[in-house]
Design a protein around this ligand. Structure first.
Ligand code: OXD
Ligand code: MN
Length: 625
């Protein structure tokens, strides 16, 4: 059906649409690829029956108008421009505060292609379930068409998507997190392939019905179709469920594209570290959600003379280059960071990044019209309005901000962003770090002996649960490569893909792999390592290892620093704490090895043989330790 037909269609003139609709201006972009896009938009509009369609052009004026409209509708609170210019607070429905992993599905044709770590559904079956939900789901609302690019528009590692959504909050968030607008349409018009993403909050409005501040639906589905490169998300307006460019596209769908094209879509931050001699190194690091990734991405080293430049805080796309190195881009354009715990003493760079032009979600509101969250300052304000809009004082006995409250802000606003952070070709990686939040067993830093051992380490990352995931906070969860909720295909095949990518790298140019753990505790429950800016001391060791300037101590689980090689000038870490930070207990590690075996066995023989060999070798070394 042509869009021109939809322009004039009225009630009863076709099987599906039941209301007269007005459509926004069609983009003037011409080109072959536009026909397919328009046909798809028509199809989705016919299904969801919005009151109007708005093609997002990506201008400042358009964004400002959307923000103003949301303020007028009570969906956003404009913060006091004296403290926080151009910034807004959104309060979600209390039931819609996190990514909903149990409602997230991979609908690959074959169940084994989704693997045991994903919720698999048959594509036909799930289409039959969700299509009726989308039928008329945008009634009374505007359907926005948001063309976006992950990575600089037209860049060699970049990919394009289009999101249709009935949430203006999602549109403004996507506008911060990606490159949006007509420039992207020109790529599509020129024939660039694009991923289809459909989002509805699932709250149609009847004529005359008053909207609510945060429309959503109790029923939620976030469904990925890796074989047709589509995402359909229903019922939630929150972050990763609604900004489909992020976890849904840039990780789940992109991991599938990467598998087929020979590259990796990873849940990794990206930084450039500059040593006192001015030598620059690039590091990518994978950590499960809410384990200090944004803090490391914006590290301010405590060792004199060192600097860190931020390139990305959440996602990196890695591709082997002709030169045998692994090249990385941050496909995003903004940060969607966890607010609590971000403060003057923990991440001053993030605090400075948030000076304005920020959308906050579920943080607390100060009486002066600024925002606050736990950890922003040591002392809480005397009174606040909490994330649910209720009065709050320090005596209230509950957090003022939701533990998973967020900020959405442009990367370019970060005071230590690298000048070339959006260079289309990316940066060559020198090291990859895998980390988790482990109170026990895992040393502060361990170096892998080679790429295969590094893949083995990555496949074994585990972490204590945090507020970014559903479930019990503190419980241990295995999170290979920090990709457990984000790998769009069978995780055992993903391990094999990592091994394959390693074969495309020159052995002397491949990034070195390290496991880190800033969170190890002593028997008395105290953190053994100061963390934050002092993590630069670990990075200093990593870089001196890369340069061959320091040796290492072999242990059954990998190479450990000689404690004397760690630069501890200016901090107090007792010898006993250092010993505990690097202690490797063979018995406890044999138990970890059993858990690895148990985990690998869930993949029905698909885990690649080299990883089983690594496990056998680990046990052999532990038994002899
Ligand atoms: C995130 C997450 O939002 O990993 O980045 O949960
Ligand atoms: Mn993340």
């Amino acid at each position: 059906m042509a869009l021109a037909d939809i322009f004039t269609r009225t009630e009863g003139s076709s099987a599906r649409p039941t209301v007269t609709r007005t459509y926004g201006e069609l983009p003037a972009v011409q080109g072959e690829g536009m026909a397919a896009l328009r046909a798809w938009v028509d199809e989705i509009a016919a299904l969801t029956q919005p009151a109007r369609v708005h093609w997002i052009e990506g201008s400042r004026a358009e964004n400002d108008a959307l923000l103003r409209e949301m303020v007028d509708e009570g969906k956003l609170i404009k913060l006091n421009p004296e403290w926080r210019p151009g910034s807004y607070l959104a309060r979600s429905h209390p039931s819609d505060v996190a990514r909903t992993e149990a409602r997230t599905f991979i609908a690959s044709e074959r169940e084994e292609d989704a693997g045991p770590t994903n919720n698999w559904v048959a594509p036909d079956e799930i289409r039959a379930t969700i299509t009726p939900l989308f039928e008329g789901s945008m009634k009374g609302r505007t359907m926005y068409v948001v063309p976006f690019s992950m990575g600089p528009v037209g860049g060699p590692l970049s990919h394009i998507g289009v999101q249709v959504t009935d949430s203006a909050y999602a549109v403004t968030s996507i506008g911060i997190m990606t490159r949006v607008g007509t420039e992207v349409l020109r790529e599509i018009a020129g024939g660039a392939p694009w991923v289809k993403t459909v989002h509805s909050v699932g709250a149609p409005l009847q004529p005359g019905e008053q909207d609510v501040a945060w429309p959503c639906n109790d029923e939620k589905y976030i469904v990925h179709f890796p074989d047709t490169l589509e995402v359909w998300s229903y019922g939630s307006g929150y972050g990763g469920n609604a900004i489909l460019a992020k976890k849904c596209f840039a990780l789940r769908i992109a991991s599938v594209i990467g598998r087929d094209e020979g590259w990796l879509a990873e849940h990794m931050l990206l930084i450039r570290v500059i040593d006192p001699a001015g030598r620059a190194y690039h590091l990518a690091a994978a950590f499960p959600s809410a384990c200090g990734k944004t803090n490391l991405a914006m590290l301010r080293p405590t060792i004199p003379g060192w600097r860190v430049e931020t390139l990305g805080d959440d996602i990196a796309w890695l591709r082997p280059g002709e030169d045998g190195r692994l090249w990385a881009i941050n496909p995003e354009a903004g940060f969607f960071g966890v607010a609590p715990g971000t403060g003057q003493s923990t991440n001053v760079t993030a605090v400075e990044t948030l000076w304005g032009n920020t959308i906050f979600t579920n943080v607390a509101l100060r009486p002066d019209g600024d925002v606050w969250w736990e950890g922003l300052t040591d002392e809480p304000p005397a009174e606040l309005t909490d994330w649910e809009g209720k009065p709050w004082t320090p005596a209230s006995g509950r957090p003022a901000a939701h533990p998973n409250s967020r900020f959405t802000v442009a990367a370019a606003q970060c005071p230590q962003i690298a000048g070339d952070w959006d260079a289309p070709q990316g940066v060559p990686l020198d090291a990859i770090l895998f980390g988790g939040r482990r109170a026990t067993n895992v040393p502060l830093v361990v170096e892998a002996t080679d790429w295969t051992h590094g893949v083995f380490m990555g496949s074994n990352i585990s972490s204590e649960k945090t507020a970014a995931q559903e479930g019990t906070v503190g419980e241990l969860r295995r999170d290979p490569f920090a990709m457990l909720p984000f790998c769009g295909y069978n995780m055992a095949d993903y391990f094999a893909h990592w091994l394959k990518v390693g074969q495309k790298l020159r052995f002397d140019r491949a990034p070195r792999v390290f496991q880190v753990n800033w969170f190890r505790k002593g028997a008395d429950g105290r953190f053994l390592w100061p963390g934050f800016g002092d993590n630069s001391r670990v990075i200093d060791w990593i870089i001196r290892r890369i340069e061959g300037e320091v040796g290492a101590v072999d242990s059954p689980i990998g190479r450990l620093p000689e404690p004397s090689d760690l630069d501890l000038d200016g901090i107090e870490v007792s010898q006993a704490d250092l010993d505990e930070l690097f202690a490797v207990d063979p018995q406890l590690w044999l138990r970890e090895a059993d858990l690895t075996e148990e985990f690998y066995r869930t993949f029905d023989g698909r885990v690649p043989a080299p990883l089983w060999a690594e496990l056998a070798a680990l046990r052999y070394r532990l038994q002899r330790a």
